[in-house]
Design a protein around this ligand. Structure first.
Ligand code: PRX
Length: 661
């Protein structure tokens, strides 16, 4: 399938011509404080990858240091997707995140600090305490007969227990699959069954503003369909809220209290799988992206160190939920491997008021803050008086991830959160890439609002036209990667063919990201969003095919097409065109039932903002739905419909524009 033509050219962004060079004095303390140092290291990572990565591997602690970094045959038939990193090396990820800090003077340093939505709910663990809790949980897993390679499902809100569960899984060599707490029972059941998890760790309840979300209840519904699950561990917040199955369910804290706080870390091969994380693509079902141990950890920790310019006394807060890749790489693995204090917050960013994030930064003297543009835009709407009422002078670096950051939001972040002196770091990457791929280095790169700047070490991007030829500077095209990097996904769980088909067939010999981008004349990268059927709603990645398949699950729906429209806060919002079955007259009841259907099958995040009923969808004569037209109609860009000559029935367009059913 050829990639779609890029429509979003980012023209308005470039015309801004705003630039923010690094300030010499401040950059002096940076890991990389002059551009030539970045260029030398970057070029060396491409020119002498073997040496570069073996040297970098020394940043990790190994039980057996690897002899070789990358094994891969670029010219073989298997091309870029057949690669291994540090294959003969042996290590343990939880050892790298915990044990090694106990002997280098960090045992009493806070490893993780939790702030609940309720202000009084604060919990802090030193590296020593976190190590103990992880060991206890590892022993509990072992007592349940969970072994190396078994799958562990983690369905929790943002909490220390979620971090412990990930680390305990990695300690014993199990493979975790974290499922975002916003997903429904059905979405959870799919993910549990797909990789046959033996255990689920969940919580009775979590709060979002004034709303309570009952995760254990969702788990119970899911588990009616999940025969592989033998044990459920429940993190208890409110004992009255939870029904327990005496044969299967136990309370997390009661169980781990019975366990020993010592547990030797399992020596693991560098290429053993560390986790599976389900993510949306162009197909109707999510894909289980598999990451390995050493390559992933090295990419996460090295990028965390350099891109956020991490120092010993940093207080680092990334707002991501562990249910997404940012929560894996930049809440848990990257920071903890670097011995950095990581803050987590479970609650709405505007609860009880829009000053909440700024208050947390002030009270904890946060130095590095990493969040998504959607959060910035939603708090920007509330006005600068909120951040201005808090002393944010502790901040040094502000990160952004998950979607393109528009220059207005970038400037607001820079001026009102960073007080015109912080480095704003726009980081581009994906679940599949494991770690940051394109981002400025704070101490040496000139920032441009809206640009993700430069590739990270070992990352070799190329931008191609749909016909596979290389784009000229300033010309938008399809972003691909020319060679493997350590944190690159290794496969799709149980589906090697789909792995190859999804990422390596559009542009043979290259990894296709699914994103559009261009490089400006200075060599800076500008990302413009997806060029496939993946959408990004408030930083959450969803496949339109998944939502369409949820809609057609309703007995009154014959067909559905979902597109995204621009949204000033969420980045993109979902717009669904739905054709009911013959003789069904659609009404508000059907609309509400469809909202409920999507909520039930996927979760609230996937519920379309708008549903437009239509008696037919615009199709080509060969029966293909013309989504590009639907996107324009949903965005009310009627004057710009382009070529409609291939439409089987042009009258449909007129009716759609007029809203006639
Ligand atoms: O379209 C890109 C967008 O998010 C997609 C990856 O989503 P996910 O796998 O959920 O990971 C999100 C967190 C890394 C990408 O294909 N994206 C991510 N970061 C940026 C971005 N788009 C533009 N600029 C970014 N900084």
């Amino acid at each position: 399938m050829p990639a779609r033509i890029i429509e979003n050219s980012n023209k308005n962004i470039q015309s801004e011509k705003l630039i923010f060079p690094p300030e010499k004095e401040k950059s002096m303390q940076s890991h990389i404080n002059v551009e030539s140092k970045y260029t030398d290291m970057y070029e060396r990572s491409l020119r002498e990858p073997e040496k570069f990565w073996i040297e970098s591997a020394a940043e990790l602690s190994w039980f057996k240091f690897p002899k070789k970094a990358l094994k891969y045959s670029p010219n073989s038939e298997l091309g870029i997707f057949q690669h291994t990193w540090f294959e003969d090396g042996i290590l343990n990820v939880s050892f790298n995140c915990l044990d090694r800090h106990l002997v280098n003077g960090k045992e009493n340093k806070p490893a993780i600090i939790f702030q609940g939505q309720n202000e009084k709910e604060v919990k802090s663990y030193t590296f020593k305490e976190l190590h103990e809790e992880v060991c206890r949980l590892s022993n509990l897993f072992k007592s349940y007969g969970i072994n190396k390679g078994d799958r562990i499902c983690i369905y929790l809100p943002v909490c220390i227990e979620a971090v412990c569960a990930m680390l305990a899984s990695s300690r014993i060599g199990a493979i975790h699959s974290v499922v975002f707490g916003g997903f429904s029972a059905e979405a959870l059941a799919y993910r549990i069954n797909h990789c046959q998890c033996k255990i689920v760790i969940t919580s009775d309840v979590t709060v979002r503003g004034k709303k309570k979300i009952f995760l254990k209840k969702e788990t119970d519904i899911a588990l009616q369909e999940c025969p592989s699950v033998e044990h459920v561990l429940v993190v208890k917040k409110d004992p009255d809220l939870c029904e327990m199955n005496p044969h299967r369910d136990r309370f997390y804290h009661e169980e781990i209290a019975k366990m020993s706080p010592d547990c030797s870390p399992e020596p693991l091969q560098a290429e053993d799988p560390l986790f599976i994380l389900y993510t949306s693509g162009s197909t109707g079902k999510p894909k289980g992206v598999v990451h390995s141990q050493a390559g992933y950890l090295l990419h996460a920790s090295l990028s965390h160190k350099y891109i956020f310019d991490i120092r010993e006394d940093d207080r680092y807060w990334c707002t991501a939920d562990p249910g997404w890749i940012t929560g894996h790489s930049y809440v848990v693995y990257g920071p903890l491997a670097n011995g950095c204090t990581t803050y987590i917050y479970d609650g709405l960013p505007d609860f009880p008021d829009p000053g909440r994030c700024w208050k947390i930064i002030k009270e904890n003297k946060i130095t590095v803050f990493y969040t998504a543009p959607t959060l910035i835009r939603s708090l920007m709407r509330e006005g600068e008086s909120w951040p201005q009422s808090y002393d944010l002078s502790s901040l040094r670096i502000l990160g952004s991830v998950g979607e393109p950051i528009n220059p207005n939001a970038w400037m607001w972040y820079y001026q009102f959160i960073g007080n015109n002196h912080c480095r704003v770091i726009d980081t581009w990457w994906q679940t599949e890439t494991g770690g940051i791929m394109i981002a400025p280095f704070p101490g040496c790169h000139t920032l441009k609002p809206g640009s993700a700047s430069r590739p990270f070490f070992g990352v070799e991007p190329i931008i191609l036209r749909d016909d596979g030829s290389e784009c000229a500077p300033n010309e938008s095209g399809n972003l691909c990667m020319k060679r493997p990097w350590p944190g690159m996904m290794r496969t799709i769980w149980n589906d090697r063919d789909k792995f190859i088909e999804t990422y390596f067939t559009q542009f043979p010999g290259l990894y296709f990201t699914g994103d559009g981008a261009f490089i400006d004349s200075d060599g800076d990268y500008w990302l413009s969003g997806r060029v496939d059927d993946v959408v990004n709603i408030a930083g959450h990645r969803l496949g339109t095919a998944e939502i369409e398949s949820a809609l057609v699950n309703h007995p009154s729906v014959a067909e559905a097409a979902v597109v995204s429209v621009d949204d000033s806060i969420k980045g993109e919002a979902l717009y669904a065109f739905v054709t009911p079955i013959r003789d069904c007259i659609p009404d508000e009841t059907l609309r509400n039932e469809l909202f409920t259907e999507v909520r039930k099958i996927i979760g609230a995040i996937a519920v379309p903002q708008t549903i437009q009923f239509t008696s037919a969808l615009p199709k080509t004569r060969s029966g293909k739905i013309m989504r590009r037209l639907l996107k324009k109609i949903a965005s009310k860009k009627y004057e710009d419909l382009g070529d409609v000559s291939t439409l089987a029935d042009p009258l449909i367009i007129k009716n759609l524009i007029k809203g006639i059913f």
